[in-house]
Design a protein around this ligand. Structure first.
Ligand SMILES: [Mg+2]
Length: 178
């Protein structure tokens, strides 16, 4: 259960406080793509997010994309943002997160994972001792397996609230229906 508790829950990537991360000793970010930086399956990234990544880089943060998407899709965003990427990550397996840390040349204590999913991004991060930032998914039109996972995710978040491990306020916007 502990491995499912995010260190921070934010509406979007743009709400990440870089000063706060720096105070925590974090120097690198491993960022998810689908539903974190672009709506699921979308080929275009919002300019505001492109600018945010640029600003974070200019502030000295090292950034790598870690995505379960196919390498082609991952590579196109990596190219756009001029940062490294690990595609077909099979999160929450540790391999891709480790590869990302290798690419940034940073130890676990200095790395944060940013993503929209509890069971892939947060769990994958926490089991390796990384700081985990959960953001709201950019699009809610999800199908099949992801839809089932979202339901399970909401159930788990509610359970964490009942056990006093999470503030209801922090996850209210994710709960929605059911
Ligand atoms: Mg995602």
């Amino acid at each position: 259960m502990k491995l499912l508790i995010p260190d921070a829950i934010l509406p979007s990537v743009q709400d990440i406080n870089l000063d706060d991360l720096r105070r925590r000793g974090i120097a690198g970010l491993l960022i998810d793509i689908d539903n974190t930086l672009v709506p699921w399956g979308n080929p275009q990234m919002d300019q505001a997010l492109v600018q945010w990544i640029k600003r974070a880089k200019a502030r000295g943060f090292q950034i790598c994309l870690v995505s379960n998407a196919l390498p082609d899709r991952t590579a196109s965003f990596a190219q756009l943002l001029d940062i490294p990427a690990v595609g077909q990550a099979m999160k929450p397996l540790p391999r891709a997160f480790r590869r990302g840390m290798e690419l940034l040349n940073l130890p676990p204590g200095q790395v944060a994972v940013v993503g929209d999913q509890l069971f892939t991004d947060v769990f994958g991060a926490k089991r390796l001792g990384l700081y985990a930032i959960l953001v709201n998914p950019l699009s809610t039109g999800e199908f099949g397996f992801t839809k089932i996972m979202r339901r399970l995710e909401r159930r788990t978040l509610r359970r964490l609230v009942r056990r006093g491990l999470l503030e209801l306020e922090s996850i209210r916007s994710r709960l929605g229906r059911d």
